[in-house]
Design a binder for this molecule. Structure first.
Ligand SMILES: CC(C)(COP(=O)(O)OP(=O)(O)OC[C@H]1O[C@@H](n2cnc3c(N)ncnc32)[C@H](O)[C@@H]1OP(=O)(O)O)[C@@H](O)C(=O)NCCC(=O)NCCS
Length: 168
């Protein structure tokens, strides 16, 4: 499938919102607030990168990156997510392309590392794994995953942007 990955533009905002809502509608482990999180990150100026996947002129995927704070004050760490692929396009490598582009973006812009919450069976292929040194309070450790871009994994607890508490 021919898919382009590009930065979001202002005209994408409503489509991104709908796409995220749709992607998570039947997903496990969701409280269906992901579209509001992205909206709140954008409003707070904390949407460090927002990439969309486009196929045949249709928006079929999206991934958000935002800065995270680590209790040991390690700089340059980011949270990846939410990541969304339109249900009709799941399982066609759109998510993989978004992951690869997000990681390339982080590396190109000098990030130290990246964390995410997700299934290690899927995200392991992109170099993510649970790290005992890095915790997200309240979350089972096997699903909180990290990868660095060469340096050491910091030690401490991770705090996502306040926008991740957005509910509507
Ligand atoms: C998760 C998601 C982004 C993956 O995108 P995708 O385009 O469907 O994935 P790809 O086609 O690149 O990769 C397919 C592989 O991922 C696996 N996979 C897809 N979604 C998965 C999930 N939620 N958990 C575990 N594995 C998953 C498939 O089994 C397949 O594995 P295989 O290559 O070993 O056969 C997409 O399915 C989605 O939007 N899901 C709903 C929202 C969601 O759960 N987001 C993630 C939490 S932030």
């Amino acid at each position: 499938m021919d898919t382009d990955i590009r930065y979001e533009i202002p005209g994408d905002v409503a489509d991104i919102h709908r796409l995220i809502e749709l992607a998570f509608r039947n997903a496990p482990h969701t409280d269906h607030t992901e579209q509001y999180i992205v909206q709140a990150l954008r409003a707070a100026g904390a949407l460090w990168a927002s990439l969309v996947a486009e196929s045949g002129g249709k928006l079929v995927g999206h991934v958000a990156l935002s800065p995270v704070q680590i209790s040991d004050a390690a700089p340059g760490w980011y949270g990846l997510g939410p990541i969304s692929v339109h249900p009709d396009y799941q399982g066609k490598a759109v998510g993989s392309r978004l992951m690869q582009c997000a990681l390339a973006e982080l590396e190109a812009r000098g990030a130290a590392g990246c964390v995410l919450l997700g299934d290690p069976g899927y995200y392991g292929r992109f170099g993510f794994k649970a790290q005992s040194r890095l915790v997200l309070p309240g979350v089972p450790s096997e699903y909180f995953l990290a990868r660095s871009f060469g340096g050491a994994i910091p030690q401490g607890s991770v705090q996502y942007h306040l926008a991740f508490t957005a509910r509507d």
